[in-house]
Design a protein around this ligand. Structure first.
Ligand SMILES: [Zn+2]
Length: 206
């Protein structure tokens, strides 16, 4: 077997939860071609990993890389730690959807501090920008409750008025979500900017 990279003698954690084994990992191009014993493989490059462990990429479920991607699209701060997938938009602080004076204020701040141009309002627009720069990790985007509320009603510490609620609903429905009564989510919204909500929450509409 001809391979591009052969990692030899590593302690292998395959991500399944199974006990570790010691063996080889053969890679062709950007794909794993074989795991186990790779006797007789001809490799362009061999890495002796006797003192090392090999594992699938880690998922960072609480990341704030939303804007950082534009500053460092190679995301080395994550990749160097073995992270290959991030969940962004945490703590209600998502980059989209965002509109109105909330967007203007944030755009001014990021232009001043980082020289960034925030020229999107929707999640689709945000993702289009990310696609254009190329980001080296996989990512999933959370809906930012704080960003949504801020866009619809600023930082007001009160339940949404009907017209503000409508603005939230419209933005969410535009990307396939619907607002639902909050009662069963109450515990999760007691603190932070999200805790000021009291009324709306959202879930995926399938
Ligand atoms: Zn956070």
């Amino acid at each position: 077997m001809d391979v591009d990279l052969l990692i030899k003698g590593a302690e292998i954690l395959d991500g399944s939860g199974a006990p570790t084994t010691r063996g080889d990992v053969a890679i062709v191009g950007d794909r794993i071609a074989a795991v186990g014993r790779a006797e007789g493989a001809r490799a362009k490059r061999v890495v002796n990993a006797m003192e090392r462990a090999v594992a699938p990429g880690f998922v960072d479920i609480h990341s704030h890389s939303d804007y950082h991607y534009f500053l460092a699209p190679q995301v080395e701060s994550q990749v160097m730690q073995g992270v290959t997938c991030e969940i962004i938009g945490n703590c209600g602080y998502a980059a989209a959807p965002i509109w109105g004076s909330w967007l203007e204020d944030r755009a001014r701040e990021y232009k001043r501090i980082h020289g960034l141009d925030l020229d999107w309002t929707t999640v689709a627009g945000y993702q289009e920008r990310l696609k254009n720069i190329g980001v080296s990790v996989n990512y999933a985007v959370l809906m930012g409750h704080g960003t949504l509320r801020g866009s619809a009603m600023g930082g007001a510490n009160r339940p949404a008025k009907p017209e503000e609620y409508s603005a939230l609903a419209w933005e969410l429905e535009a990307i396939g979500y619907r607002l639902v009564p909050i009662k069963r989510f109450t515990r999760s919204l007691r603190s932070g900017l999200g805790g000021a909500g009291g009324e709306p929450d959202f879930e995926r509409q399938d």
